[in-house]
Each structure stands twice: as C-alpha cells, then as structure tokens.
Design a binder for this molecule. Structure first.
Ligand SMILES: *[C@@H]1O[C@H](CO)[C@@H](O)[C@H](O)[C@H]1NC(C)=O
Ligand SMILES: *[C@@H]1O[C@H](CO)[C@@H](O)[C@H](O)[C@H]1NC(C)=O
Ligand SMILES: *[C@@H]1O[C@H](CO)[C@@H](O)[C@H](O)[C@H]1NC(C)=O
Ligand SMILES: *[C@@H]1O[C@H](CO)[C@@H](O)[C@H](O)[C@H]1NC(C)=O
Ligand SMILES: *[C@@H]1O[C@H](CO)[C@@H](O)[C@H](O)[C@H]1NC(C)=O
Ligand SMILES: [Cu+2]
Length: 355
C-alpha cells in the first residue's frame, strides 16, 4: 500500500523525499561555506533507487521505535520520537497554518525530522547505524482489498469552500507495505475545531487507532498538478503565492496544492492536527518547501524576506503581524528561532538544495 501510494504520488505534487540519504553534508553550515557544491541535496522520490527507498523507509521505521523525548506522563500519546513530531504539530496547529508563519515553521519542522532520521537512525557517530530494520519492499504482503472508511463524496463544510470529490480507491486500515503495523496514537481530531480556533482538550491522550489511507487520484491530479505548480512559481507576491498554495483566502479555484494533497491520501494525512502521523507528510512538505524555495530563488532580493499574514490561523487582524523577528517554537524538538532565520535554505544553519 505504501509503495503503491508513493508511486502514485510520483506523478503529482508530493513527490519529494527529504535528504536523509543525500549527498553533501547537511551539517550546520555558515553562510560563507554553503555553496551548491557543499549543500545537501534533497532528492525526488521518483529518482531514488530501490535500495535508497528501502533505506529511507527503514530510517522512518527506526524513528517509530525510538523513544519519545517528552518527560514521562506529559504527552501520553507520544510513544516514539516519530510521535513527538505529531505532538508538536498538534499543539501548534492553530498558529502554524493559514498564517504568516506557515511556510517558515514547516520548513524547520521538516529539517528537524530530517535531522532526527540522520542522527538517531542513520548516524555515523558513536553507535553507528542504529536499529535499521532489514525490511525490503518486496517482502511486504500484498495489499488487501479496500474495506470501510472511504472519503466518498465527503464534504468538508468548514473549509473556506465546501469541497466534494468523487470517492477514492477504497481505504480503511493500511494492510500491507512497510507501515502495515503503524499505529496512529493521537486523535482523530475534527478539522472544524481548527477553524473555530479550538485546540482539542486532552489532545495529548493516547488514543491508538489504525493507520488509514484512501488514495484519491482525482483530488491529487486536480489540486496538485504541474499547471498549478507552474502558476504558483509565477506569483508576483508572497500573498498570492501563499494564498494559492493554501487555498485561503480561496483565490485559486478549488483547494490549492497544500490542502489538496493532504486530502488526496486519505484520513491520516487529512487530519488537520495529526497529519504528521502519515509518513508521507514529510514528502509532501518537502515539496511545499521546494516550491517556496524555487520561488524565492527567482528574485532573492525581494523574496528572501517576503512574508504575509499574522500569527494565527486565518490571519485575524487581532493577531500580531508576522515579521522576521517573530519567534517560533518546536517544543522539545529544537530551539526556538526567529522567522528571519528560516528564510534562506542556503544560509545560517541551513545548507541544502533541491533538484
Ligand atoms: C504546547 O505549546 C505551548 C506553546 O504554545 C507550550 O507552552 C506548551 O508547553 C506545549 N505543550 C506541550 C505538551 O508540549
Ligand atoms: C505486524 O504485527 C504482527 C502482529 O504483531 C506481526 O506478526 C507482523 O510480523 C508485523 N509485521 C511487520 C511487517 O512488522
Ligand atoms: C490542474 O488543476 C487545475 C486547477 O485545479 C484544473 O482546473 C485542471 O483541470 C487540472 N488539470 C488536470 C490535467 O488535471
Ligand atoms: C491564483 O489563483 C487565481 C484564481 O484561480 C489565478 O487567477 C491566479 O493566476 C493564481 N495565481 C497563482 C500565482 O497561482
Ligand atoms: C497580506 O497581503 C494582502 C494582499 O496584498 C494584504 O491586503 C494584507 O494586508 C497583508 N497582510 C499582512 C498582515 O501583511
Ligand atoms: Cu502542518
């Protein structure tokens, strides 16, 4: 199921794996030493070899069996370091989406995940390669027929626009592939809560349920196609780029590729709060980051520092306007940073590029 999904994604928007296996160092770098030659390269999933894909998946499985860094009892649902990323995303959902910090926050979030995979699961330091499982894609059981829980004609009424689509391919619990035993330990949460500004009470609770997907090619092709990405890259302002990327305010016909691709994979990735429970989250957000970085690179002088929006979901005027000095946080995953530190993927602590 997973490989099938990823192959399906190769034709659309979300086809980027992060640079766990990248050439280049990806180390902490300063502006003077980061160059295209030294930068880590984030590869496209479709261009990776089978052994590279297997190694990437193994690193993700390793993170799923690496202990949580929360103090015991603080976030009972966080059973692994993979879950820690979900927890931080859930806890920050009401500020990091449809806001001026959406793009920079998720840029750093993906980098922290990439770093965790490298340091805890692929690291070459003391301890060496830890607990990588030899789980080859060919050993995965065949996918079972679709069961229940499709998103058939599902209507998300509280999104900026009501949205309907043809049904997906089926869905239900993932019954094959390398993530067959992956359990979602938080939620599920209601998207409506997000649009009403509610962080669900007791979101930290341990509420294990199966990992559900429902692939929907119609949605993926409709809202994540090349035409849309090309149009985004031609945006003249950050307001237009960000607005059409996120479909809010809904300028683009339909959803925009960010929510569109979330919805195209089914329930786990649709969960507005807990979407990082689907490992595909990080491939999708790699592509969101790539599109933003490409757009910035076309006119660095004007775009490297361009921001638009306030610090809360929906950009209410009662929330502070986001500037380069706005401080953003990732809980126990990494230190707080200013937005200004997150604007250039080839300076400061960043030194990576996309192909
Ligand atoms: C949730 O985020 C807030 C900051 O918005 C922070 O003060 C709090 O400690 C976080 N809670 C957990 C459990 O990480
Ligand atoms: C999934 O869990 C079942 C039951 O614990 C186990 O028999 C099976 O080997 C696991 N599969 C994988 C791929 O880890
Ligand atoms: C690409 O997306 C646009 C906007 O959603 C849509 O109008 C168009 O039909 C899509 N093209 C294809 C080939 O799906
Ligand atoms: C944003 O969406 C509007 C409405 O669909 C479209 O006219 C415009 O070209 C789009 N701009 C970009 C940069 O995608
Ligand atoms: C974002 O851009 C829009 C369109 O240019 C503008 O009306 C709005 O005031 C900007 N918001 C902020 C907070 O800068
Ligand atoms: Cu998010």
């Amino acid at each position: 199921m997973l490989l099938k999904t990823l192959i399906a994604l190769c034709t659309v928007f979300t086809n980027l794996a992060i640079s766990v296996l990248a050439s280049g160092s990806g180390r902490r770098a300063d502006t003077s030493t980061c160059s295209p030659e030294t930068a880590a390269v984030r590869q496209e999933w479709g261009d990776m070899t089978d052994p590279q894909r297997t190694a990437y998946i193994d690193a993700v499985l390793c993170l799923m069996s690496t202990p949580s860094v929360y103090s015991p009892g603080v976030v009972p649902g966080a059973k692994s370091h993979f879950d820690d990323f979900m927890a931080v995303h859930i806890n920050n959902t009401l500020t990091i989406h449809i806001s001026g910090i959406f793009l920079p926050w998720h840029r750093e979030f993906v980098r922290l995940y990439e770093q965790a995979l490298q340091q805890k699961c692929i690291g070459t330091g003391p301890g060496g390669r830890r607990s990588l499982r030899a789980l080859s894609s060919t050993a995965a059981p065949p996918p079972s027929p679709a069961t229940v829980l499709t998103m058939r004609h599902r209507v998300l009424t509280r999104l900026p626009k009501a949205f309907t689509s043809p049904r997906g391919t089926g869905g239900g619990c993932v019954t094959g592939g390398p993530f067959v035993n992956h359990t979602i330990n938080f939620g599920p949460f209601s998207t409506n809560d997000a649009f009403e500004g509610i962080l669900p009470a007791n979101w930290q609770d341990y509420t294990p349920h199966c990992f559900v997907r429902d692939l929907n090619d119609y949605v993926a092709n409709m809202y994540g196609n090349t035409t849309i990405v090309d149009a985004l890259l031609a945006a003249s302002t950050i307001a237009e780029f960000q607005g059409n990327m996120t479909g809010y305010p809904a300028t683009l016909a339909g959803l925009g590729p960010h929510p569109g691709i979330h919805i195209s994979l089914g329930w786990a990735l649709q969960d507005f709060f807990a979407s990082p429970g689907d490992p595909a989250f990080y491939l999708h957000h790699g592509m969101v980051d790539r599109t933003w970085a490409l757009w910035q690179e076309m006119d660095p002088e004007n775009r490297q520092t361009a921001l638009n929006g306030t610090a809360s979901l929906g950009n209410p005027v009662t929330s502070p306007v986001v500037t380069l000095d706005t401080v953003v946080e990732w809980g126990p995953l990494g230190p707080a940073k200013t937005v200004g530190e997150l604007m250039d993927i080839m300076s400061g602590e960043y030194c990576y590029r996309y192909v």
